[in-house]
Design a protein around this ligand. Structure first.
Ligand SMILES: Nc1nc2c(ncn2[C@@H]2O[C@H](COP(=O)(O)OP(=O)(O)OP(=O)(O)O)[C@@H](O)[C@H]2O)c(=O)[nH]1
Ligand SMILES: [Mg+2]
Length: 250
């Protein structure tokens, strides 16, 4: 078994509830059914938290939320944004209601780059009751107090990338940067909406031509003066990962 998976299992055992973080741009594809099956077996309640909701239209968030509510065993589906501090009260209320005011420890789990660390930081910062790690206790697990009886683990569980849909594996850890960009372009060209054309001035067609046009536009040139399409590919992937580039689909 993958070491990362074992770590997740031991983290989950310590928690009373799990926050499965997904990317609001492609919420259904950044879920882990393997994780959800495990949670069901372990009888741990879980919430699907769609993060980066600032990057998609509200109407899409609502529709995705309903879809996930109907098609998963999540206690609730909540959309938030770690960037604009949106949605935490709704999330907190839902958790409190479920645990009926009893003490609850929550653990954050999700694939790389979905915003696990940003969410933990945002919740801790926003809840004025958070405590700084005490000297001498910096090693090992920290439960950050985020509400009267609510605690959140400061250690997010990172789902092994091997469990991610192939497309995300390729984009998060590209072996061939141009191929990774084509895979993403393929997705974006079929998306419900995107800011791609606004950002780069070309349509998101998955072709070498697109990369060449973007390279020219951004003045990415090799020493001989020809467009550097691999640098353009790199930029697209970086912009997706940082959230500068958006597109959304279920
Ligand atoms: N627009 C937007 N960007 C976000 C949001 N949350 C996180 N990000 C960005 O997404 C990227 C990844 O965020 P992290 O919090 O590092 O994600 P993570 O899940 O901890 O990633 P790993 O530690 O690699 O597993 C960063 O560039 C963040 O700035 C959000 O709500 N909105
Ligand atoms: Mg992180």
């Amino acid at each position: 078994m993958k070491k990362a998976w074992k770590v997740i299992i031991s983290e989950i055992k310590l928690a009373d509830g799990i926050l499965e973080i997904v990317d609001a741009r492609c919420p259904n594809e950044t879920r882990s059914e393997k994780l959800e099956r495990l949670l069901e077996r372990m009888e741990k309640p879980f919430w699907i938290v769609m993060n980066k909701t600032d990057l998609v239209p509200k109407e899409f968030s609502e529709r995705a939320k309903n879809f996930l509510k109907q098609n998963t065993k999540a206690v609730d589906v909540v959309f938030v944004s770690a960037k604009v501090f949106y949605g935490y009260n709704i999330l907190r209320r839902s958790i409190k209601e479920f645990f009926k005011g009893n003490k609850a420890r929550l653990c954050v789990v999700g694939f790389p780059n979905v915003g696990k660390s940003s969410i933990i930081n945002a919740i801790a910062k926003e809840s004025k009751v958070s405590v700084a790690p005490k000297p001498g206790h910096t090693k090992g697990k920290q439960w950050i107090r985020v509400g009267n009886k609510l605690f959140i683990s400061d250690m997010p569980g990172v789902l092994p990338k091997e469990f991610a849909a192939e497309i995300w594996r390729e984009i998060l850890f590209p072996k061939d940067i141009e191929n990774a960009a084509f895979t993403l372009l393929e997705k974006i060209s079929k998306a419900e909406g995107t800011n791609f054309s606004m950002l780069y001035g070309v349509h998101p067609e998955p072709s070498e031509e697109t990369l060449v046009k973007i390279a020219k536009k951004l003045n990415f040139l090799k020493s001989g003066g020809e467009p550097d399409s691999s640098r353009a590919a790199q930029r697209i992937i970086e912009d997706w990962n940082s959230g500068k580039l958006t597109a959304w689909w279920l």
